[in-house]
Design a protein around this ligand. Structure first.
Ligand SMILES: [Zn+2]
Ligand SMILES: [Zn+2]
Length: 143
């Protein structure tokens, strides 16, 4: 089974943003909410969730777009101002996690989603893996 070796690194398409996670992923998931659809341009966004203290921005400055979150507060989606690549999401309601966009990893081959979340917003043309657990909204984020 695919795994992500720790520490792992990543960045945006143009290379202005570079980051590292010093901890292993707590969770990997696909989010099908409207905000993730719009920020990805696709049916969902794939995330590698790590503890906030393990995420280190090594280079560049992210710009954040905030949208209201069902968990309270807002979700802040960070992207590169040079190339527009989405890089991370930070929900106010779960301050102990950073959700890294799976495709921003230098080696995304180890991504192995454990759940589909926000399936209530998913479109009929969004083909999901039937073997994965489905959550209509957020799963428990394990405090
Ligand atoms: Zn960039
Ligand atoms: Zn989402």
């Amino acid at each position: 089974m695919a795994t992500i070796t720790t520490p792992f690194s990543g960045g945006c398409a143009c290379g202005a943003i570079r980051y590292e996670s010093t901890a292993a992923p707590m969770m990997m998931l696909n989010c099908h909410c409207r905000d993730c659809q719009q920020s990805s341009g696709g049916p969902s966004a794939s995330f590698v969730v790590v503890p906030t203290e393990a995420f280190k921005l090594l280079q560049g400055t992210l710009r954040f777009h905030a949208s209201p979150s069902h968990m309270g507060g807002k979700t802040h989606r960070g992207f590169c101002t040079e190339c527009g690549s989405p890089v991370i999401g930070k929900p106010d309601g779960v301050p102990h996690i950073v959700a890294i966009r799976a495709a921003s990893l230098d080696d995304p081959s180890g991504f192995s989603p454990q759940a589909d979340v926000w399936t209530c917003d998913a479109h009929p043309w969004d083909q999901m893996n039937p073997a994965l657990p489905k959550f209509e909204k957020y799963p428990p984020f394990g405090d």
